[in-house]
Design a protein around this ligand. Structure first.
Ligand SMILES: [Zn+2]
Length: 255
């Protein structure tokens, strides 16, 4: 419950009410807040989205246009993040280099994304999963076609319902799609506060990133780091709790 208390205070400071920010009666929004919510209690050094889920490209564009953005070439890719996040990332990279380590992006889309890209990523998981589960006999052809006919935003609650029955949509089909890609409009990358790290398996790299306020905040999305702008010792007071997954530490909403 602590998380909601902190969130409410943070939103108040930003002149947003919890009611405008989040519809607790909407199961998709509730799930997104539980899984990806750490970003919403980030420090005042950065801006957070006006709602749990962006509903279209215009909303994303308007939010991103109001950000202070820094651009850097990292590992051969031109990447954009909110200024404070980029500063902390380049500092992490410098510290890693001093220890002969590298911190590089997994790909060209490791930092900033737009709404259309989150739609494409969503589709890239949904279609193979539909083919697989139809072949396995877990879904009928008609059920799969029905899902295909929906818009990506309409697909989200239906995919969540299927996952409750063990029909999973992550890339390896073993877990929920939310640990593989974000539903359209829900990605932390839209906020320019997330960075997918190639060297996430290196414990020292994770330590350096954490010392610079970059934390893993989506359980079982191991390469995904989020800039929260606070020290690790302040995370509990920020409404987050520590969870271990495959010997890695994640900070998620304490709900
Ligand atoms: Zn990511």
């Amino acid at each position: 419950m602590k998380f909601y208390k902190v969130l409410e205070q943070k939103l108040k400071a930003r002149n947003t009410s919890l009611k405008n920010f989040y519809d607790s009666a909407n199961p998709v929004e509730k799930r997104i807040l539980e899984e990806y919510g750490a970003i919403f209690v980030a420090s005042e050094k950065v801006k957070i989205p006006p709602a749990v889920i962006f509903s279209n490209e215009d909303e994303v564009a308007e939010f991103q246009a109001g950000l202070q953005i820094a651009k850097e070439n990292i590992g051969g890719f031109e990447l954009e993040l909110q200024k404070a996040a980029m500063k902390a990332l380049t500092e992490s990279i410098r510290e890693a280099e001093a220890e002969n380590l590298t911190i590089t992006p997994r790909g060209a889309d490791s930092a900033r994304r737009n709404f259309a890209h989150t739609i494409n990523l969503w589709a890239s998981r949904v279609e193979p999963a539909l083919e697989h589960w139809t072949k396995e006999g877990k879904l009928t052809f008609v059920e799969a076609e029905k899902l295909r006919a929906l818009s990506p935003l309409e697909q989200v609650p239906e995919v969540f319902k299927l996952e409750e029955k063990g029909v999973f949509f992550s890339k390896d089909l073993s877990k929920s799609i939310v640990y593989s890609v974000a539903p359209p409009g829900a990605s932390q990358h839209l906020s320019l506060l997330a960075f997918d790290v190639a060297e996430f398996r290196n414990a020292r790299v994770r330590e350096i990133l954490a010392a610079n306020s970059w934390f893993q905040t989506v359980v079982s999305d191991h390469p995904h780091f989020t800039y929260l702008g606070v020290n690790e010792s302040e995370l509990e007071d920020s409404g987050l709790k520590k969870v271990e997954n495959r010997s890695q530490t994640f900070w998620i909403p304490d709900i």
